[in-house]
Every structure is written in structure tokens, then in C-alpha cells.
Design a protein around this ligand. Structure first.
Ligand code: COA
Length: 389
């Protein structure tokens, strides 16, 4: 049954993404303050009934009980707070929890914040800390990194479908071009296909420009029940679908290396009670932690048939001016990927786009969009659907 109450976004905030000097507390505070400031007719902090913090654990700064820190920094002491950790899908999972909280009628206003601080630890420690979001026993302890897992997927996709390496490079070229127009992006730098192909290999066939970077940053969302949203703004953004799915932790246990079943399951749940189907989605924010991941996402979400996302990419369909723009904010590839903040940041971009407030990177007449967030190598995933009210 569709929910009798829907959730609507009325405010959203964002810090810059990149190598930042700020501590997690400061990042949280900056994102939350900008979210409250973005609400057209003001939401009092005392009106927030519950809050969710998405984080992998900001390099171990505050691994336990970190949601209490959110209550402190957001100025909402005493409010129920929960930390949600689903690796890189923490942000999308926190958004889904907030949506369900509102749909259930238990709260009228909810805050979601995603944060990560990744750049202040040694790369050795970071590799371990990121790696244990994959299968610890069989992958991590055998030395497999995330770039390594996605390289296996890329090699298999190339083998099964003849996917050309130029299509992966084109994902990076497009997302870097979009990031150029995003003032919050970590990399505001154009790259060419030949730069991507000539870059040092990280895990063959993936090179430096096929990878997302290591990033600090935070993002925040304010959601209210749709029935009260117009008290706060004339342009709320409805959340009309929030799905999640899971799969085996280790890639060798999964049915396929060339598709993420967690994504397919998340999409099925998100569309179940949505007022529109895939054909009406105009643009998407998808989880491009590595270039091959954007190709897989387009196929798993049903925007391209298996093996056909490469051609769609090479034809320019996913460019900002194409028929189906993907990652207009630069994606994880160029905007950056502070783990817990990513899924929240995707919704931030959609909030701007659907209100016509995305500036130079605005997609004309944007009304319906999808956000897709993946945990680790695909053991968890979320999909959310948005519509201009
Ligand atoms: N894309 C483009 N440029 C990048 C980059 C990336 N992903 N990562 C680093 N760079 C650039 C830096 O800006 C720097 O440029 P400069 O010399 O002009 O200043 C240069 O490359 C070297 O940076 P450095 O930080 O020393 O790179 P590195 O070799 O330590 O790390 C990666 C590169 C790809 C290994 C690292 O970004 C990485 O591990 N990414 C994946 C993170 C991850 O797994 N996240 C979870 C996903 S599931």
C-alpha cells in the first residue's frame, strides 16, 4: 500500500568536499547550519523530532555513539539520534530511515546528516579502514582493495559484453566536466579520454581517473511531512520512493560479477509505490565510486539493457545536455566521496535541480529524479525517487 503521508525535502546543506582542515564536528555544524538557512520560511531547531547521522566512522575519530555528537552540533540536544552505517551507502540508508519515520507518522520533521573525515590518516590505515567494508575474511585479509574488486567487475564486463575501455574513460571525462561547474567539488578540472587512458594504473583495467578520490565533507537534509511542507516553502521536493537491498558481502558468493543485485532490489522497492515508472525519470545521481560502477548502475537500474550502458555513455546520452543526464554534480569521481556524506549529497543535488537552483549546471525543466547509493562493492544499496511538488 502506498504510504498515506509522504516525506518532502524543504532544506539542504553542503560543505565543500576535498582535503579540508576542519574536524568532523565543524563539518557537521557547517552542513546543518546551511540546511536550516536554506529553508525559505524558517524551521525552528526545536521542531526537529529525530535525527540520523550517516558515517562509516570518520577515520575512527568517534567510532561509537557519534550520533550524540550530531545532536550537540545541530543544536537539538535531547532529540532521538541514531547513527546509520552501511559503508558507502550510509547516506542513502539514513535518508530511507528518515523517510520511513515520516511516512509512519511518528515524526513531522527529521534531520539527516552525512559526514566523513578521511584525509587525516595514513593511506595504509585508510586502506584497512575502507577495506573492512568488503568481506574481511576472504577479500580484505587476502589483500583485495575496493579498486581491486571493481577492477574484477570491469574486466568481466569487458569480457562478457565487449565493453570498450574508452567507455569507462568517458564516464570520468563527463563527470570531471560536470564537477567543473560545482563549487563544492573536490576536483574542478577537465580531463580528456587520452589523459584517463594514460594515467597510472591503480588496479588494471582501472587507472587513477577511474577512481573516486579520498575526501572530507558533510551534507545535510531537512525533511518534513508533505502535508505541512508548504508552511516552510513554496517549492518542496517530494520523496516518492525509498528502497534498499542487499547481497552477499564477498563478490565470489554473488550470482554475477557484472550486475549488483542489491541495486536491482533497492530499485524494485523504490518504484513499488512511486507515482511514476523508470521511463519518467529525467536524470539520476548514481554511485560512480569507480567508472565501471556508473556503467553497472545504468544497467541495474533499468536505464540501459545489460551490456548497453557503454554505448549510451559513448553517444553522450548521459552528459548534462544529453537525453538522460547522470551525475550532473560531478559524481563521486569528481565531486569527491566522503563515505557517509555521499548518499546525502546526492539528494542535496536533486533538491537544487528540482527547485531550479543548480546554477550553471541546471538541467532544464527537471521534475523527476533518482538517487542511487552503493555500500562497499554492492553488498548494500539504496535507491530514492524525487519529484517536484
Ligand atoms: N582522481 C583524480 N585525481 C586524483 C585522484 C582521483 N581519484 N586521487 C588523487 N588524485 C590526484 C591528486 O589530486 C594528486 O594530484 P597533484 O599531484 O596534481 O596534486 C595526485 O593525484 C596524487 O594524489 P595522491 O593522494 O598521492 O594519490 P594516491 O595515489 O595516494 O591515491 C587513489 C589515489 C586512486 C589510490 C585514491 O584516490 C583512492 O584510494 N581512491 C579510492 C577510494 C576508495 O576506495 N573509496 C571507497 C570506494 S568503494
Amino acid at each position: 500500500m502506498p504510504p498515506s503521508e509522504r516525506a518532502a525535502l524543504i532544506g539542504a546543506g553542503h560543505t565543500r568536499f576535498g582535503v579540508l582542515p576542519d574536524a568532523p564536528r565543524t563539518l557537521i555544524r557547517e552542513a546543518v547550519d546551511s540546511a536550516f538557512a536554506s529553508v525559505d520560511r524558517g524551521l525552528e531547531r526545536s521542531q526537529v523530532g529525530e535525527a540520523f547521522l550517516a558515517t562509516l566512522g570518520f577515520s575512527g575519530w568517534q567510532l561509537g555513539n557519534s550520533a550524540a555528537l550530531l545532536a550537540e552540533e545541530a543544536g537539538i540536544p535531547g532529540v532521538p539520534v541514531v547513527r546509520i552505517e552501511n559503508a558507502c551507502a550510509s547516506g542513502g540508508s539514513a535518508l530511507r530511515a528518515a523517510v520511513r519515520t515520516i511516512e509512519s507518522g511518528s515524526q513531522e520533521a527529521v534531520l539527516v546528516v552525512g559526514v566523513e573525515k578521511m584525509t587525516d590518516v595514513s593511506s595504509r590505515r585508510r586502506r584497512y579502514w575502507l577495506g573492512v567494508s568488503g568481506d574481511t575474511e576472504w577479500e580484505r585479509l587476502a589483500g583485495l582493495t575496493f579498486a581491486g574488486v571493481y577492477a574484477l567487475m570491469a574486466a568481466r564486463h569487458m569480457h562478457d559484453y565487449g565493453t570498450p575501455i574508452e567507455a569507462l574513460a568517458q564516464v570520468a571525462v563527463k563527470n570531471h566536466a560536470n564537477g567543473l561547474l560545482n563549487p563544492n567539488a573536490q576536483f574542478r578540472k577537465a580531463v580528456r579520454v587520452e589523459d584517463v587512458l594514460a594515467a597510472p594504473r591503480v588496479a588494471d583495467p582501472l587507472g587513477l581517473y577511474d577512481c573516486c578520490p579520498v575526501s572530507d565533507g558533510a551534507s545535510a537534509l531537512l525533511l518534513v511531512a508533505e502535508s505541512v511542507a508548504r508552511r516552510y516553502t513554496d517549492t518542496p521536493v517530494r520523496v516518492v520512493g525509498a528502497g534498499a537491498g542487499s547481497d552477499h558481502l564477498a563478490v565470489h558468493d554473488r550470482e554475477s560479477l557484472t550486475s549488483l543485485h542489491a541495486t536491482q532490489r533497492a530499485a524494485a522497492e523504490a518504484f513499488r509505490h512511486a507515482p511514476f515508472d523508470r521511463s519518467k525519470v529525467q536524470f539520476a545521481e548514481v554511485h560512480d565510486c569507480f567508472t565501471i560502477a556508473e556503467i553497472l548502475a545504468l544497467e541495474d537500474l533499468g536505464f540501459a539493457a545489460p551490456g548497453e550502458a557503454a554505448q549510451m555513455t559513448l553517444e553522450g546520452a548521459t552528459a548534462r545536455s544529453g537525453r538522460f543526464p547522470v551525475n550532473p554534480d560531478g559524481g563521486l569521481k569528481s565531486k569527491g566521496h566522503p563515505i557517509g556524506a555521499t548518499g546525502v549529497s546526492q539528494a542535496y543535488e536533486i533538491f537544487l535541480q528540482l527547485r531550479g537552483a543548480a546554477g550553471a549546471r541546471q538541467i532544464p525543466q527537471a521534475e523527476r529524479a533518482l538517487a542511487h547509493n552503493v555500500g562497499g562493492s554492492g553488498a548494500t544499496a539504496t535507491v530514492a525517487l524525487f519529484e517536484r511538488a
